[in-house]
Design a protein around this ligand. Structure first.
Ligand SMILES: [Zn+2]
Length: 40
C-alpha cells in the first residue's frame, strides 16, 4: 500500500501493518493511505 506522510509530505510504498516514514520517522496518524490511482 502507498502512504503519504503528513509531516514531511512524501509518498512511499510500505507493506507493513504499521508503516514508518523513511524520511522523518513518522508513524500512525501522521501517515495516511493513498488510495487514488493515477492512470498510466
Ligand atoms: Zn515523513
Amino acid at each position: 500500500m502507498k502512504y503519504k506522510c503528513l509531516l514531511c509530505g512524501i509518498e512511499f510504498e510500505s507493506d507493513e501493518a504499521n508503516p514508518v516514514c523513511p524520511v522523518c520517522g513518522a508513524t500512525g496518524d501522521d501517515l495516511v493511505p493513498v488510495t487514488e490511482e493515477e492512470s498510466k
